[in-house]
Design a protein around this ligand. Structure first.
Ligand code: KIV
Length: 327
């Protein structure tokens, strides 16, 4: 019965419309989540959203379950394997500790769970600074092994050569200006950027240079909302804000912030759309209690039984006349 249902479900998912997507990525095989009736999001589609003033929704994912969650909504346009992976999943104190191999490992899992959202992967700290060639080699690994459809990198005018080269060789680049978490040491912490005249001018000049170098979109992090709007009005590519106010073309948040599973610092721009930490911790405690008090597993509902005759025969055979199981 189950196998039969599974087959027809699979057939449904490879109908004429979905078969067209197969060349891009097979639909994630989560039997609990029905296929989402949305075509694969492309860069062209993201530009069309900007043109039509439809806010772009981007969310981070770090593994197969969070990728499935992002793909479960027709409204998710971009899934980002952010290097916030370092803190929220791997327990590092900052993104600078994350390696390329770790990012590829997680990106592969996210790709397996991603259906329609455009999949962007962060280039970890130190993987795009030593030379343009090395940046290309590392970005190619994220595409080939991590199955990224675009890469994201932090920085301003100093990285335009890398952005240009990657764009030329066909690897779409999402730029990232404003607060650059990978540079938290040199920036003396995670501070709002562009609050001074000089600071604001720098963020604008960086954003324009990155657009000219070919970036297909740009994340603008932790800047005053006036500056978020100014940059958005000046650029022709989508701006995705995080702590940049409501006027950018889209928004991005960290998955664990949205779910309320992250108990670390809560930035001003974070909104928790659920409180899963409470639900999760209650479930863990309830499980422990049930194990301790013996109410889990329930003999009738949560255990297997053996046919009485077979059990009696078993006892007879193994215990025999001695009344104990032979070694
Ligand atoms: O790593 C990250 O999570 C990011 C943000 C923009 C969400 O880069």
């Amino acid at each position: 019965m189950f196998a039969h249902r599974q087959i027809s479900h699979d057939l449904l998912r490879t109908g004429p419309q979905l078969r067209r997507w197969m060349s891009v990525r097979p639909p994630a095989a989560d039997p609990a989540t029905p296929a989402i009736p949305r075509k694969k999001v492309t860069i062209q589609a993201l530009h069309a959203l900007r043109q039509s003033k439809t806010p772009i929704s981007m969310l981070t994912a770090y593994d197969y379950p969070s990728a499935l969650a992002c793909s479960s909504s027709v409204l998710t346009d971009i899934t980002l394997v952010g290097d916030s992976l370092a803190q929220v999943c791997l327990g590092y104190s900052s993104t600078t500790q994350l390696t390329l191999s770790e990012m590829i490992h997680h990106s592969k899992a996210v790709a397996r769970g991603t259906t329609h959202p455009f999949l962007v992967v962060d280039m970890p700290f130190g993987t795009y600074h030593s030379s343009v060639n090395e940046a290309v080699l590392n970005a190619v690994r994220l595409v080939q092994e991590g199955r990224a459809e675009g890469v994201k990198m932090e920085g301003g005018r100093e990285i335009v050569d890398v952005v240009r080269k990657l764009t030329e060789v066909g690897i779409p680049v999402m730029a990232h200006v404003g607060l650059l978490p990978q540079r938290h040491s040199s920036m003396s912490g995670y501070k709002v950027q562009g609050r001074s005249v000089e600071g604001a001018k720098k963020v604008v000049a960086d954003a324009i240079a990155l657009q000219e170098a070919g970036a297909f979109a740009i994340v603008v992090e932790a800047v005053p909302l006036e500056l978020g709007k100014y940059i958005t009005d000046r650029l022709k590519i989508p701006t995705i804000g995080i702590g940049a106010g409501p006027h950018t073309n889209g928004q991005v948040l960290v998955y664990d912030d949205v779910m309320g599973t992250w108990s670390g610092h809560k930035a001003k721009f974070v909104r928790r759309f659920a409180n899963l930490k409470e639900v999760r911790d209650n479930a863990i405690h309830a499980y422990g209690e049930a194990v301790r008090d013996g109410s889990f597993p329930d003999a009738a509902a949560e255990s297997y039984t053996m046919d009485k005759a077979a059990w009696d025969r078993f006892l007879e055979e193994v215990e025999g006349s001695t009344g104990s199981v032979a070694a």
